[in-house]
Design a protein. Sequence first.
Length: 486
Amino acid sequence: MKIRFLWSSAAAALVVSAALAGCGGTTYFAGRNLPPSGLTNRVMIAIQNPSAFNKGALQFVDAYYDIRSGTGGKPASYTISGYSGALPASIQNMPEEQTGYIYGSGDGSYTPVSYAKENSSQTVSGLNGFSSSIFVTRNQSYVFAASQSAKVFTVIDHTNNGSYPLSLPGVYRVSVNPGGSSALAFVQNSNYAYYPVKLSAGQTTSYSGGPSTWPKAAVDCEPQNAPVWCLFQAQSPDHVDATGTYYGAPLNFDRPVKAVFSIDGGTAYVLNCGPECGGTTASISILPVAPTIYLIGQASGTLPTNAALASSTIAIPGGASNALVDSSTMYVVGQKPQVVNSETLFAGYLTVVNLGNNTASSPVAISDGLPGAPSRMIEADNNTLWIAMTKCNNGVRASTGQPYGCLTMYNTSTGTVTMLEPYLGDATGIAAVTGLNKIYTAEGGQVYIYSTVDGTALDNQYVTVTGTAFDVAYMDAATDANNTVY
């Protein structure tokens, strides 16, 4: 069943539940308690520099009526209380858990927010400086962060209150499967992939003698005198070492930047960024998740050999720096180099991959973007897929006098781009307000609203903010799939 169908059905149920709540109930959907604001269609906005004395704030608006204030202007705005992070840049939205995690790019903070209480908690401790990529599992037991400046891949293990900085110079991206059992890390300008493993008590003892006692595929184990976690390079299972662990030639990718996962969580699709990241060929490499499971005693099987990896790789002619999986279909976006007036520029493309037979469609032109940079993708009502890019004003379309913008609406039913809006600045956030036929965006530092029926702009005058709006999230979505940080 398509995810967007589930969203629409659940959203309809939400409206009914909200009506019941108005008759004296305390819940509005799936057992969720009514929040203090009483709103049941909330979009949270991460705002940078909302005032001269504050570097960050989290406000939310009533996305049913598209207003930021209460009846009669009281309150003047709805705010997540207690938040103190600097320059909030991304929201990992987990509405099923009634939680969101906000990364602050100004201070490296990672702050949980309670959607039920509309307040924030103490920031996550144990991070090593700033994170170029960060992810918390849905059960909130583990946080994985790529700390590029500190040259470490950090594991925060809330099951034992430990923080483990695993050395990996150049690490800059991390991906985690939906079940929160496997994580992959990627190094900038590298063709290799890495994954963490939590050790059993017996392994901790065996590996406590330093690097000579570690598995050969391990690049670091911490703490070294009594390791709890090890970081492994993904290698071909050519040999078995003294610890009983497979090792061999490093698996070769092509500037991998991210992994997305099958609906059952058992397959990782590694995005090979290729030319837009300084590599050779954009493609998707298929990895089994089972050998990379980090939970104690649950990993099984082996990784593929380089030959097997190459034989299952899917070429993506339009580029592959981000993707979204919906059942047996994967939507892949990227930037393809083109020579314009003797200068190499990049043009944005979307490629649809059939995961049933691992075949890719011909790419469709979408918004241009900064090569290899993070982008945002989300599915919304009316069979629409929305894609947000940054620096679209530096791409092929702008250079050749074509209409251009940083936001694209793609119709997954007809396979066509039905809206590529005028340039409003970098598109850094999208929230699908499912069931209400609209999306919210953060573009050029402000909040905008669009209809998913035809892509037209809706009135946003009552949801604009003071400061720079950088990300948005639909707090009352039916599922965690309504999230662009994954």
